[in-house]
Design a protein around this ligand. Structure first.
Ligand SMILES: C[S@@+](CC[C@H](N)C(=O)[O-])C[C@H]1O[C@@H](n2cnc3c(N)ncnc32)[C@H](O)[C@@H]1O
Length: 232
């Protein structure tokens, strides 16, 4: 069993995702009761992919989060540092490119992309500020960032339900369905320790992004943050 900790050491996180890669997409559908498809549609609306648009999907895993952009004709690059997730993604998708790379030192030139996005990836990086600055570096001035992540429901009773689900229900579902249940303990812990919506917005501004906004989904259990790289 491979289990990362909240230290989020890159080698541990990558190995953990290698270990769950085979059943990752199916697990996602189970864990989110199929909601993940709806969330990806909202992300796609924000990304607004068009033919020829250069889109980076960071922490793309098996490419489930990248596929809608490629389907719309965008030149899509799916970047991840788990070789297991990348292998699974390459076997599944041939209409976009998978690139091995670390969020903390992206293997791309400055301003290489029109839009950068990350779904359920940023909360796994050891140094969020560096990752957000790297994303800004590879985005064209005036280009957009779209982040889908777990979040904190603003209403206290819903927060309790959410904590119960991710702390108690999710690990039990993982014991039944996952190839590496201990990973889902980490995923629950990392969700509990993750920034709330306002704090992530502040982290984005501190990393140089502007026009920061967010949209809650499922009563704020997840949220989509959008921001723009300044032109000046
Ligand atoms: C929960 S999965 C999300 C995959 C995909 N975006 C999705 O929505 O299904 C998180 C992914 O982030 C990747 N990841 C975590 N930290 C990373 C880093 N520092 N650099 C690149 N990828 C990273 C993991 O390898 C994993 O594939």
């Amino acid at each position: 069993m491979v289990r990362a900790t909240l230290e989020k050491r890159p080698a541990d996180v990558a190995r953990m995702f290698d270990a769950v890669a085979d059943r990752y997409d199916a697990m996602n559908a189970v864990m989110t009761f199929g909601q993940e498809r709806r969330w990806r549609k909202v992300v796609t609306r924000h990304v607004a992919p068009t033919a020829g648009m250069r889109v980076l999907d960071l922490a793309a895993g098996t490419g489930a989060s990248s596929a809608p952009f490629a389907a719309a004709g965008a030149l899509t690059v799916a970047c991840d540092f788990s070789t297991g997730m990348l292998a699974k993604g390459r076997a599944k998708h041939d209409d976009f490119t998978f690139v091995a790379g670390d969020a903390l030192a992206l293997p791309f030139a400055d301003a290489a992309f029109d839009v950068v996005t990350a779904s359920f990836g940023l909360r796994n990086v050891a140094d969020l500020a560096t990752a957000l600055r790297e994303l800004a570096r590879v985005t064209v001035p005036g280009g957009k960032l779209v982040v889908l992540e777990t979040a904190t429901p603003p209403a206290r009773p819903l927060r309790a339900v959410n904590n119960f689900y991710s702390g108690r229900v999710m690990p039990r579902l993982a014991r039944v369905f996952s190839s590496d249940p201990s990973s889902y303990t980490y995923l629950a812990e990392s969700a509990a320790a993750w920034l709330d919506q306002a704090a992530l917005a502040n982290a984005l501004r501190a990393a140089g992004w502007e026009q920061v906004s967010w949209q809650d989904l499922m009563f704020g259990a997840v949220a989509i943050h959008c921001a723009v790289r300044p032109t000046g």
